[in-house]
Design a protein around this ligand. Sequence first.
Ligand code: SER
Length: 342
Amino acid sequence: MAEHIRKPGVLITGANGEMGHGLIEQLAKNGSMHIIALDVRPIDESLKKYCSTTIVGDILEARLLERMQSEYEIHTIYHLAALLSTRAEFTPEAAHRVNVEGTLNLLKIAIEQSRWHGQPVKFIFPSSIAVYGLPNKEAKKQAGKVKEGEWNYPRTMYGVNKLYCEHLGRYYANHYRQLAADTDAHGVDFRSIRFPGLISATTVPSGGTSDYAPEILHAAAQDKPYACFVREDVRIPFMAMPDAIVATLKLEGATREQLTQSVYNITSFSPSAGEVRDIVRREFKNAQTSFSPDDKRQAIVDSWPEDVDDSAARRDWGFVPEYDLARAFNEYLIPGIRKRYA
Ligand code: SER
């Protein structure tokens, strides 16, 4: 019974990130299996109490991966570690290593783990609206609610990486070593959500291109001036962090039979940057938001759709966001952020 020597658990990579925070807290509240939190930086103090193991390490390091294999019995992997879309443009090759090779390493761990304990390892992979690439503003206007299979021409390294890893996950789940005599089908149960921009009341994003919306809000709450790097009229889909966490857990909890595809769009609301400014200004009267578009980051946002078609997620695993635009701000973001900076 070799596997009982190893500690059973749920592995979360990129644990210190915005999603990691929300997810780990919720998993702990739900009383789920032992949480193994992995990040390149020491795990935040606020998270440590929820984790049975915290590991500081790089998902590209062979030794770390071997140690994971020998010490833990993993049934679910939430692979959150990534370099986001703006950060990745400064070091595209490094981003490719983290985003693609890192994911490949984790998929290999999943396969190996499943061989040992005999059950499929659920691999939950956050993808992004960055996998879409509309050629210009006119196409973006006309595209409306974009379906998963449409406009898959990302213009960022991050988007390219995410789109490819969606395929890699599907390959590992369905076709891995398909010509071998001993194919071990279904070692990986790969499930992915294409998230819109996420807004949290408690954490500030870093390195993304949808960051302008949370930045408008967090700056206003701290009475700091903020020059928004996109035009007022630009519009992409967003979601409040609690809904993103619920969605992640709901997709993980769905039965295999419910799922007709491996990648799902989800969304909640699509305000323009100007509308975000207006809502924030109603609450924080002294907000000093100005608009000073950076043409290059603007072009990235212009290539992302205004809205996505989330009907497959609604149909297959019943996802409906709890927070629309008004509720997200009135009941979650504004009260949460006032508390955070009080
Ligand atoms: N929020 C991400 C970014 O801006 C998109 O998934 O990079």
